[in-house]
Design a protein. Structure first.
Length: 80
């Protein structure tokens, strides 16, 4: 039996889709319990994004810029 799961996302003139046909049924303590899912999201990066102060802790803000992304990109990545 083939089981598929997928996700789509779009903004303005860009779209992305992802699909998986891996073994999606997980065996837990109570037998086969649930499906695993994949997800994808697209966000527009704008220079005026100032959401970091509202969604990140001070420690998270202090550590921005250590993974090779712009501060705006990293804030959006951490927030999602």
């Amino acid at each position: 039996m083939f089981v598929f799961t997928g996700s789509i996302s779009h903004k303005r003139n860009i779209a992305v889709a992802i699909i998986s046909n891996e073994s999606l049924l997980r065996k837990g303590d109570e037998g086969i319990s649930s499906l695993q899912h994949v997800g994808v999201d697209i966000e527009l990066i704008t220079p005026n994004t100032n959401i970091g102060k509202r969604v990140l802790t001070q420690n998270e803000r202090d550590n921005l810029g250590m993974i090779g992304l712009s501060e705006t990109e990293e804030i959006l990545l951490r927030f999602r």
